[in-house]
Design a protein around this ligand. Structure first.
Ligand code: ZN
Ligand code: ZN
Length: 656
């Protein structure tokens, strides 16, 4: 017998090997084997077992690693489709979905919790109507996709829990995906209270051993409710009834390394294979998903009211140009924001201050020559962090002392400019002596259990003001928070990215949604130098529709997603001239391969951050209505490999 084997390599085809006679017929697709590969021995994945091969003199397999298929037939189908859709290989997808350390044979329970099951609250009439639609779809056992557009605090999570309970009642499992930073103790507790020991967690903070155990429990069917980040979409559950993406607009659902899949599209593919229901939930649906709902590919269902008839918070926009004209210098906190904050603190209510930039100041600039200190390995400014008293590169994590004189001109001394969360924190201590402030950003949250500690400090009222980056915008449900202040709405608005408006609208809506979730109503103040921008206006009026209309008109006019699809090619290398020449030659070759087909080709141009960790990057972008013809043209030029003239080429389908 012959086994066809694929490897964790950028080579898409499979290789045939002899199955040693002594093994009998025990090799099946989905098992891992050790096989000779050139001079090496590699772990590969069996994708087919056949009686014959067209190739003579086959080498025998060396060892069988698994006693039974590790990869389920559904996962094999998903790997095939993912590899095809994202121009990567099945081996790369398998390597991504499997935990590094597998304990397949032993599957002791993860952390065991007593199942003191919680009884579900009564649904509002809006929730009940939406749930009826979900239940009918699940019972039909046919694939369905819903876009659940529910305002912040409208009780989306309760619907997720009910849908999963429905799937379990039918003898099937459920997967609920959440963004990495929403993987908070609060979310986990809620699922555990409802489903007890059925819950299994899947995220990047698990140890290798925990991952192996989680995999074993899912595969054995002993735990059927998966709560996890992106790659949980591949979870080895035997039968899945529902796949939920909470905060479906979140960019963390797209993987930024090979395989560069989007969990939403993998979920849709899996639902088709298993007759499952997909629920995409958000208060700020991605423009892509809302577009599909408008075209009726997805069914749109809405929750327009908060639970318990709580009002949406009142949002006011503060024009910072006034403050600038008044005081002749930029200020961090306007008088209105300071006053509102003081009121909240004095009346024992909690406040959140949001600024989407960590660190103390933005950049270190020399007033004499104007030079900004950049990372030597990445062409991007370094950010000053006061607690470490160092400049830090947010791309490669390199740190350097600030130094006394400017390294460019040797005359001036560097001055810190701009704002970060650390600076806001220290300013608060200056303005409000004795105030208790906590900070939530990737620096402050690096330690294990830091989420749990912060959450406990907030719920027990030990902290008055929480300062944070976009981390505070997601997954936090703190009933005592009545005031939210946005220090600057412009940090995300001014990025050179066509999604800047969408990101700004999402962030403002989500962070505003943290206010007034309890008994007392919420108030939100947004500071900006662009008060008339449609994203800021729409967010201040809680008006998603208005935002979407303005945004989709812009995307249509400029031929941007979702109206057209994009593929981004990045040519990389160490030597600037080699990379530039390869990018130019590749562009010419692609133009030829495209011929008269309706595919736009933009570039080549240096990447926005042209160098990262000393790797030079040039990019070109293909635009067309459909992805398939673009991939054909790329394959015609690159063949089976992802190299061109000695430079690695990264292919990113639907880049974010
Ligand atoms: Zn200088
Ligand atoms: Zn760097």
């Amino acid at each position: 017998m012959i086994a066809e084997v694929v490897f964790h390599l950028p080579i898409s085809r499979g290789f045939d090997y002899l199955i040693p006679e002594a093994w009998g017929v025990s090799v099946q697709p989905g098992m891992r084997v050790l096989a000779p590969f050139g001079a090496r021995r590699l772990v590969g994945y069996v994708v087919d077992v056949r009686a014959s091969s067209r190739i003579r003199h086959l080498k025998p397999l060396l060892r069988r690693i698994d006693d039974e298929p590790l990869i389920t037939p559904v996962q094999q189908g998903l790997a095939q489709q993912t590899a095809q859709a994202y121009a990567c290989t099945r081996g790369e997808v398998y390597a991504n979905m499997l935990p590094a350390a597998l304990r397949v044979r032993s599957s002791p329970p993860q952390e065991s919790t007593a199942p003191e099951h919680e009884s579900p609250p009564t649904l509002t009439s809006q929730q009940a109507a939406v749930f009826d639609a979900f239940r009918a779809a699940i019972v039909s056992r046919r694939p369905h996709t819903f876009l659940l557009h529910g305002v912040t605090g409208s009780g989306k999570t309760e619907l997720y829990l009910r849908v999963i309970a429905e799937a379990l009642a039918q003898g099937r499992g459920g997967i609920c995906l959440v963004p990495e930073i929403a993987m908070t103790p609060q979310t986990i507790d809620r699922f555990r209270r409802r489903f007890g020991d059925e819950v299994v967690l899947w995220h990047s903070r698990l140890t290798a051993r925990q991952r192996g155990e989680a995999w074993g429990a899912m595969k054995a069917g002993s735990r059927r409710v998966v709560v996890g980040t992106r790659s949980a979409v591949f979870a080895p559950l035997a039968a899945v009834g529902c796949l939920i993406l909470d905060e479906e607009h979140d960019p963390s659902y797209k993987q930024d390394q090979t395989p560069r899949y989007h969990a939403r599209d993998v979920a849709l593919a899996r639902a088709r294979l298993e007759g499952a229901v997909v629920i995409l939930g958000s208060a700020t649906p991605s423009v892509e998903s809302y577009y599909e709902a408008q075209r009726r590919t997805y069914r749109l269902v809405c929750l327009t009211e908060r639970i318990n008839q709580r009002p949406m918070p009142k949002v006011e926009v503060i024009d910072m140009r006034d403050a600038l004209a008044h005081r002749h210098r930029a200020v961090m906190l306007s008088d209105r924001l300071s006053l509102a904050l003081r009121r909240a603190v004095e009346s024992q209510e909690q406040a959140i201050l949001f600024l989407n930039r960590r660190g103390f100041a933005r950049v270190a600039q020399c007033p004499a020559c104007g030079a900004v200190r950049q990372c030597h390995a990445c062409s991007t400014p370094m950010i000053y962090h006061a607690t470490r008293q160092q400049l830090l590169c947010h791309y490669c994590n390199r740190s350097e002392p600030l130094g006394d004189t400017c390294p460019s001109c040797d005359r001036g001394y560097l001055r810190l400019r701009g704002l970060g969360t650390e600076r806001v924190e220290s300013e608060l201590h200056r303005l409000f002596p004795g105030i208790s402030v906590a900070r939530m950003d990737t620096d402050a949250m690096a330690a294990r259990e830091s989420h749990r500690r912060l959450y406990d400090a907030m719920t027990s009222q030990q902290v008055g003001v929480l300062v944070g980056t976009q981390m505070v915008a997601k997954g936090l449900d703190l009933p005592q928070v009545t005031f939210v202040g946005v220090i600057s709405a412009d940090t995300s608005l001014n990025l050179p990215d066509f999604r800047a408006g969408e990101h700004t609208f999402d962030l403002l809506t989500q962070v505003a949604g943290r206010a007034g979730r309890g008994e007392r109503p919420g108030r939100v103040l947004i500071q900006t130098y662009c008060p008339t921008h449609y994203a800021i206006q729409a967010a201040s009026h809680h008006d998603y529709e208005a935002f979407y209309r303005a945004e989709i008109a812009m995307r249509q006019r400029l031929g941007l997603p979702p109206c057209l699809r994009l593929i981004e090619l990045t040519v990389q290398g160490r030597k600037a001239e080699t990379v530039e020449r390869a990018a130019e030659t590749l562009t010419r070759a692609l133009k030829q391969a495209i011929g008269r087909r309706r595919i736009h080709l933009l570039g080549p141009a240096p990447h926005r951050v042209a160098m990262v960790r000393k790797t030079i990057r040039w990019r070109l972008v293909l635009k067309a209505r459909r992805v398939a013809p673009m991939l054909e043209a790329i394959r015609a030029v690159l063949g089976e490999t992802r190299h061109f003239h000695g430079c690695p080429v990264v292919i990113d389908v639907d880049p974010l």
